[in-house]
Write a protein that binds this ligand. Sequence first.
Ligand SMILES: *Cc1c(COP(=O)(O)O)cnc(C)c1O
Length: 380
Amino acid sequence: MQGLQMVDLKRQYQKIKAEVDAAVLSVMESAAFINGPDVKHFATELAEYLGVKHVIPCANGTDALQIALMALELQPGDEVITPSFTYIATVEVVALLRLKPVFVDVDADTFTMNLDSVRNAITDKTKAIIPVHLYGQCTDMAPLMELAAAHNIPLIEDNAQAIGGYYTFPDGSVKKTGTMGIVGCTSFFPSKNLGAYGDGGAMFTNDDTLAEKLRMIANHGQKVRYYHEMVGCNSRLDSIQAAVLRIKLRHLDEYCDARIAAADYYDKAFADNPNIETPYRAPYNKHVFHQYTLKIKNADRDKLVDMLAEKGIPSMIYYPVPSHKQEMLRDFGGEAYTLPVTDFLNTCVVSLPIHTELTEEQLAYISSHTNQIVDQLSKS
Ligand SMILES: *Cc1c(COP(=O)(O)O)cnc(C)c1O
């Protein structure tokens, strides 16, 4: 089968081409490239969608995390708890700001932060916790929020992979991912669930004072032009990207549901294979499947990747090296950590193509070959 991809942005674009082309052209004709009306409209529309007071757009998801940490005014050496099992950006910004990342383990079923691991990592120096809603699954927020509140530690949600999802609290109330911590951060990298046609990111908060600070930091520390109150950075969402995102936001729920439908198909196809564990969906959340990630048993995961490639099926290991073992973070005592679940997951996870445009024919092809290859490898 030809042309299988992890994400098919070309076909997705074809369906909204007329709308997107018109919106992009209108930005070009207005020449309002920086902070044009589309940026403000997008922020308002996204805030409404999320049910949050403030959306502060910025240049990318990594900047969103960095600006959030800057706004909390942490001091060098302050500790920030993050999972090791995440994309490097979550941890990199902590190190960049001369803060100390403290790595915790994840749960083997949800792939998100393990609560006991967080509890054991809290010290007097812990000044922030960054739960990552990995692969589109929300962290179990209620107990984490309770723990953080008891120690007066702010939560920064890394929502780069879970926008469009939501979390149901034990009392039945529902909140969108990224709106439960003091600040939520997201990325509009093209392959994300809400992807631009270039880079983009945003922060969400219900706190008015913090919102103003985040806005200032993203804009050279100024409220009034040329009067700089604090050291900030230059981090903006382009008007053209905002125009694209306004259109794609209207399709976000449908895009998430298409991903879930693909996950449903895969789940059924793999249900009877004892060597394939399909992703667990925690009942407290709407898992929006940024990734569809299997755990492979009794078969060589890396050989599976190679053999799938021979059939034209792309697959990816997210992520091959956990953060605490990255050379970049060698100063933070990675060897001293024992994170058994993280280490275990790194040996057995594999992500299959998942996106909004998968056809049944493609899903059938991918899943039947995956089943056959795993069967074959488990017998050899
Ligand atoms: C994509 C991603 C980021 C960074 O977003 P960019 O827009 O690429 O800077 C941060 N955290 C996680 C978990 C991500 O998946």
